[in-house]
Design a protein around this ligand. Structure first.
Ligand code: TXA
Ligand code: MG
Length: 310
């Protein structure tokens, strides 16, 4: 077992020394590494068992740090008014920004966000360097929304800064800024409709295949052990993930939101899947979730979790 950092200062010492440290964000726990240190970033891939190099989201303490990494057009700046928050912007990389190629997969663009979590922000400020941080789970497994899930996922081998349960529960929304176009590469915790409403912009959906460079887009990326049946009523012998008023069911059941609130459902999604998966049932039936607002991200994660595995 690795000793967990007792404070933000302890965690910052680990990260500045090139060690990994998991930390809380408002979306999910991230497996953090100094994004300017190639060995540190490589140990993210080793620890997660990621099959190949994917560009990682680079977390920044503030806009000043972000501006040293990427070129911000006026439109990018408008989107950045939603920071800190569960929004990742893919922007042209600034030459000589110090990020190592293994963090950006050698692309000339970079995915950046400022997380809305007091511990994450304090940690980034203390480290004083950008942190690469994919979700803190072994590759292909469910994203962790508590420190305990991180410990279980890596059998205690990764130090975790414990900040309690994550508020949003699904990963950030990823938007690529392309001239005057905004393209959503991954649905996430900030609903596309809310970005459009708050900023008066239009966010397009990525064409099929266009976002395949984004690893969150691998078909079966969020796989629990059990198989999933979506838009389903539960059958005897299954576990059931309900949403809204639940049917009478004698088997194990969790309800994402009895009142049908999509925010509550997103927050509960991974932890309830974790809990049902831990029961060892062969099948988890999942109730229909409306595809509006945050439902887009929830259904995206569920479809990936249900995808056939190779
Ligand atoms: O909520 C989140 O975003 C979490 C927390 C920890 O912040 N992080 C997260 O990171 O989900 P990760 O590494 O699991 O997801 C990275 C996603 C991938 O889908 C990746 O392709 C995309 O961001 N991405 C990063 N840089 C990109 C780029 N230059 N172009 C296209 N996609 C990029
Ligand atoms: Mg992930």
């Amino acid at each position: 077992m690795t000793a967990d950092p007792k404070s933000v200062e302890d965690a910052a010492v680990l990260l500045r020394a090139g060690q990994l440290c998991a930390f809380p964000t408002e979306t999910v726990y991230g497996l953090g590494a100094d994004a300017t240190n190639a060995d540190a970033v490589l140990s993210i891939y080793e620890t997660k068992g990621r099959p190949r190099f994917n560009p990682l989201i680079i977390h920044c303490a503030d806009l000043a740090m972000a501006e040293t990494l990427a070129e911000f057009s006026p439109l990018a700046r408008l989107l950045a008014t939603l920071w800190p928050g569960p929004l990742t912007l893919v922007l042209p990389a600034r030459p000589g920004n110090g990020l190592v190629d293994v963090a950006t997969a050698g692309l000339d663009s970079v995915g950046i966000r400022i997380p809305d979590h007091p511990l994450a922000l304090a940690l980034l400020a203390k480290v004083g360097r950008p942190l690469a941080a994919p979700s803190a789970n072994p590759s292909g497994k469910l994203s962790p929304t508590t420190a305990e899930q991180v410990r279980l996922g890596f059998a205690g081998a990764v130090p975790v800064l414990d900040g309690g349960p994550c508020q949003a529960g699904v990963e950030s929304t990823i938007i690529r800024v392309e001239g005057d176009r905004l393209v959503q590469l991954r649905a996430g915790a900030l609903a596309r409709s809310e970005i459009e409403r708050r900023l008066g912009v239009t966010v397009e959906l990525a064409e099929q295949g266009e976002a395949i460079t984004a690893p969150g887009m691998l078909a079966s990326h969020y796989a629990p052990r059990a198989l999933l049946r979506l838009n389903a009523e539960p059958r005897a012998g299954e576990a059931f993930l309900a949403f809204g008023p639940a049917p009478a069911f004698a088997g194990p059941m969790h309800n994402l939101s009895p009142s049908g609130d999509l925010h509550e459902a997103a927050r509960n999604l991974f932890s309830m899947l974790h809990a049902l998966d831990a029961l060892g049932k062969a099948m988890i039936a999942v109730a229909p979730i409306p595809d509006t607002g945050l439902g887009e991200a929830i259904n995206d994660r569920l479809q990936r979790a249900a995808a056939p595995r190779g």
